[in-house]
Design a protein around this ligand. Structure first.
Ligand SMILES: Cc1ncc(COP(=O)(O)O)c(C=O)c1O
Length: 487
């Protein structure tokens, strides 16, 4: 009655949603329900499974316990955990469509066209993942946050919240922006949104008709590209260099909207120079264009005071400023903000109301408290110190183990650096990325972020989500992968 052992080739993909033990529970359940793990299969010991997926043993243990409680697994004294006989027939993983459906909307057609772009896909289950946009692990933040949330849950009005956002949060943001980003705004100019992602979506809805021209930095932030494209915009990529967007190359036929990341170009990592900033504002004034300034990690500079935001130079009110709490706090919070020119405020508010009425009030109240007593900026300061340490460890490790093979572009800001391969062609770089993944190391190419492909292969290297020890190991493994392929 021991049943077949765990198939070594079984591939479990975690979906990245929620706590890891819940992700693992879902992945195992899916494998059981679709028959990849048939009844009576013996699962590996938790220690072995955890090791193979780069998880902690307690994560695997929690998943097994959950599956046992739900009747998916049986534990047999002394011989391990087994898949329980199921009450239901296995569900095939891909259900064929029952009948032809009506043609999709233009929106859905464009959505589907974007799906095969590799950009934005996340990789899970790798031991060391040099992935951009992993949250920064801040000691003490989870504990502090849970206290604020508990307090806010007890005291926040349970009626529908204001569409614009809680006044206390908007006030806190204005004070913070004035001191740290040089942006002078009143709480009436601020709208609380569900992350920068919603700010881009609302901007597309409020400012664009189908076919309107949108100028994007190239390389660009994948969400801004997808949102504008799916909205039906005509996208024009504008080259970037070490001074940010090359504004001489903005389209002569005016763009209705220009999307930029001036304080830390994403993903190229440059800082937009003052002459370029002035040039961009002059372009917007001349052509009546709007500028979306995405200041996603503008506050994360390691070398003194950050440069003021573009919005601080904007006398003619052409800039829609976007900030997020995803970087300094964590992305699952889904809170960000926009500072909107007075002429657009009512339209943005109406679009936000139609979209979701308002952002969740309890989280807003907890965040307002964190900002008001100075904790947010304390987390910001320690976060910057931590990030700098990790970045220095990464640079050191890459120089030691990867050496001349990568030319590094490492501005003192943010959560990622860029490395351009020396002497490797595209095919060799792809081989390296695949080989590294098979060895448990996530490397992420730059090419998918470009409309106009770069002249040589490069990597976007994120370091926020790993400890210094892990970063050291990751760079060592990177070096081994190069040697194993003879590159
Ligand atoms: C350029 C850029 N903007 C904004 C964000 C944050 O988006 P959100 O606030 O929707 O989490 C990111 C996150 O990866 C980013 O890279």
């Amino acid at each position: 009655m021991n049943g077949p052992p765990w198939g070594r080739g079984l591939f479990l993909e975690l979906d990245g949603r929620g706590p890891r033990h819940a992700q693992l529970t879902r992945a195992l359940k899916e494998a059981i329900r679709n028959g990849r793990l048939p009844a009576h299969t013996r699962l590996p010991p938790t220690r072995e499974l955890a090791l193979s997926l780069g998880l902690s043993r307690s994560t695997a243990l929690a998943a097994y316990e959950q599956l046992q409680a739900e009747g998916f697994l049986e534990s047999r004294q002394g011989s391990g955990s087994f898949v329980a006989p199921q009450q239901m027939a296995p569900v095939p993983s891909k259900v064929p469509p029952a009948r032809e459906v009506a043609p999709p909307s233009r929106y859905v057609t464009r959505l589907r066209e974007g799906i095969d772009r590799a950009v934005g896909r996340r990789h899970y289950g790798l031991r060391y993942n040099l992935q951009y946009a992993e949250p920064l692990v801040q000691p003490g933040l989870a504990e502090r946050w849970s206290k604020e949330i508990a307090h806010a849950a007890a005291y926040t009005d349970t009626d529908y919240p204001r569409t614009q956002g809680l006044p206390a949060l908007r006030e806190g943001i204005c004070d913070y922006l004035a001191r740290r980003r040089g942006v002078v705004a009143s709480p009436d100019d601020v709208i609380i949104v569900n992350g920068a992602q919603q700010a881009y979506s609302l901007s597309a809805r409020v400012l664009l008709d189908e076919g309107d021209r949108v100028a994007l930095e190239d390389p660009h932030y994948f969400s801004s590209y997808q949102i504008m494209r799916v909205h039906g915009a005509e996208i024009v990529g504008v080259r970037t260099d070490e001074d940010g967007m090359v504004c001489d190359e903005l389209p002569a036929e005016p763009a209705r909207l220009v999307c930029v990341t001036p304080s830390h170009q994403f993903p190229g990592a440059s800082l937009m120079s003052l002459p370029r900033r002035l040039q961009l504002i002059a372009y917007a004034e001349k052509h009546g264009s709007w500028i979306v300034e995405d200041d996603y990690d503008g506050e994360l500079r390691f070398d003194g005071h950050p440069l003021a935001a573009l919005r601080a130079l904007d006398a003619a009110s052409r800039v829609i400023y976007v900030g997020t709490f995803s970087k300094v706090l964590f992305p699952s919070l889904r809170l960000g903000y926009m500072v909107v020119p007075p002429a657009l405020r009512d339209d943005f508010l109406a679009a936000k109301w139609l979209s979701d009425m308002a952002s969740p009030a309890i989280e807003q109240a907890a965040l307002a408290a964190l900002i008001a007593d100075g904790s947010f900026e304390r987390f910001l300061r320690t976060g910057i110190k931590d990030l700098k340490l990790r970045r220095d460890t990464l640079l050191d490790g890459l120089r030691t183990h990867v050496g001349d093979r990568l030319e590094l572009y490492d501005p003192p800001a943010g959560m990622h650096i860029v490395g351009w391969f020396r002497g490797l062609d595209e095919a060799q770089a792809t081989r390296l990325v695949d080989h590294a993944a098979s060895r448990g190391l996530g490397l992420h190419p730059m090419a998918p972020f470009y409309l106009d492909p770069p002249s040589r292969p490069g990597l976007l290297i994120g370091y926020a989500g790993m400890s210094c020890a892990e970063i050291r190991e990751a760079t060592r493994l990177f070096g081994s992968c190069l040697r194993e392929l003879g590159l």
